[in-house]
Design a protein around this ligand. Structure first.
Ligand code: 5CA
Length: 449
């Protein structure tokens, strides 16, 4: 019995509008493949609809981000997309934010806006509810759509106007505790991106309109990245997933942060060419382009003061809480991962993010033996918990192969009449390109969920 039909789909019925031609408007590979593989459709400039295949990947990324935020001790809530302008007047950012902010009037002629970020909303909540040092530390996050009216929306979901972001906000009694919160997010981010199969390097960065004086951008190296970056090659060799992380130990967390920040890594704005040459041996210097997939900030009382977010200390004094904010570009990551993982035929999904694990290809739809074998495999895979997409369309083999390569599922199981006669099916690994003839049983035991 098929338990969840959304995890086992037949292509003859699945909404997957793929494109044969390369779309002219798409300048970079991730944008081209996302359009061609039927993951997204542009709705207007920098605004996209997520079609079923794209949405599955977006949700997987979102879930990894959520699990790692929760592990680090942050708590999920959900704030609105529409905010009142008065909130932003209180922090003095309403005018400063300029044309990037989408401003709206409601029927009472009140100034509203579509939130580009949520420092004001969350600080107002905390100011009204948190009173004592005993209520801290606190880290609250949500995963919500944002809008920034970018001058040049481009590269598909990488620089959209509407985009999906995880933003967390930490509240602490003093700067030292704030530093602990910042460090926890730093390590949570290392784990988050590593689980997605990405090497994201934390780099000293400018704070821009968010403010503050301590900030790191998490950068994935890619030729099509928008930022120019400089770093020590050994940073690419570190592996946080090989470490036992204890978020309850500030010393251990600080140790990881020190390890990652002791080697040179900076974005263009913060780059110091002399220091780079002094600190990094010539053969270890990386000058590259990169994609910013996350950005963390510590800004002390920049927002807590105007919102009067005060707490009483153990000595009875009243102090403004110390804050940081921490963003992950969830929708940007879909494009970022494709920039890092693809070849000339299409996308190569890391297993953790693949929309389905297996593409089952029936080479002769209508042939009793092929149909029966495929139905059987399809049911067994789904029962095992594996996510499977079954190409049961009456299409030429060449079309099926090239579309499956384009979509980039980690495994392809190819079932044809000739193989079945000798009791075998073909198992192809999308990443290595290796193909093997194996018995049905051994194919199933290798790729089941
Ligand atoms: N409030 C802070 C931290 S929560 C903040 O807004 N930071 S941010 O401006 O750096 O944005 C966080 C992340 O969102 C960025 O690192 C980037 O990955 C993503 N992002 C920013 N602008 C866009 C955009 N126009 N399109 C897609 N993703 C974006």
């Amino acid at each position: 019995m098929i338990t969840d039909t959304s995890n086992a789909v037949c292509l003859s019925q699945y909404f997957l509008p793929t494109l044969k031609e390369t779309p002219q408007e798409a300048q970079i590979v991730s944008h081209r493949y996302m359009l061609r593989a039927g993951m997204i459709r542009q709705s207007s400039a920098g605004i996209y609809s997520w079609l079923p295949l794209g949405l599955r990947v977006l949700k997987k990324i979102e879930q990894i981000v959520r699990e790692e935020q929760n592990k680090s001790g942050a708590q999920e809530l959900l704030m609105p997309t529409i905010q009142s302008a008065d909130l932003w007047r209180q922090s003095d950012r309403y005018d400063d934010y300029g044309k990037e902010m989408l401003r709206i009037k409601d029927r009472h002629d009140r100034d509203m806006l579509y939130g580009p970020t949520n420092e004001e909303v969350i600080t107002e909540i905390v100011a009204a509810t948190v009173r004592s040092y005993r209520d801290l530390p606190l880290n609250l996050y949500h995963i919500q759509w944002k809008f920034r009216d970018e001058v040049r929306p481009r590269f598909g979901v990488m620089r959209g106007r509407e985009f999906y972001m995880k933003d967390a906000y930490s509240f602490d009694l003093d700067a030292e505790a704030g530093r602990v919160a910042y460090n926890k997010m730093f390590v949570a981010y290392l784990r988050t991106f590593a689980r997605m199969g990405l090497k994201a390097i934390p780099m000293r960065a400018e704070t821009g309109p968010i403010g503050g004086d301590m900030s790191h951008e998490f950068i994935v190296l890619a030729d099509t990245g928008e930022s120019e970056v400089f770093c020590h090659q050994e940073l690419l060799e570190y592996d946080i997933l090989g470490e036992q992380v204890d978020f309850g130990s500030p010393e251990q967390i600080q140790g990881f942060v020190d390890q990652w920040t002791s080697l040179y890594a900076a974005t263009d704005d913060m780059h110091d060419a002399d220091r780079f040459e002094r600190e990094v041996p010539e053969d270890k210097r990386i000058t590259a382009r990169g994609i910013e997939v996350g950005h963390i900030f510590f800004f002390g009382d920049k927002y807590s003061k105007p919102f009067n977010a005060m707490v009483v200390t153990s000595d009875g004094a009243e102090v403004p809480v110390q804050m940081g904010s921490y963003g992950v570009g969830v929708s940007r990551l879909v494009g970022g991962v494709i920039e890092a993982c693809h070849d000339d035929e299409g996308i190569i999904w890391p297993e953790a993010l693949a929309p389905f694990k297996i593409g089952l290809i029936n080479l002769r739809v209508g042939d009793d033996a092929c149909d029966k074998a495929c139905d059987d495999i399809f049911t067994k895979l789904n029962e095992s918990g594996a996510e499977v997409m079954y190409d049961d369309r009456d299409e030429r083999a060449g079309v099926k192969f090239s579309e499956m390569d384009l979509i980039g599922l980690p495994w392809q199981l190819i079932v044809g009449p000739r193989g079945l006669k000798s009791g075998v099916v073909e198992l192809k690994n999308r990443k290595t390109g290796e193909r093997e003839n194996v018995s049905l049983e051994s194919a199933l035991s290798r790729i089941s969920g």
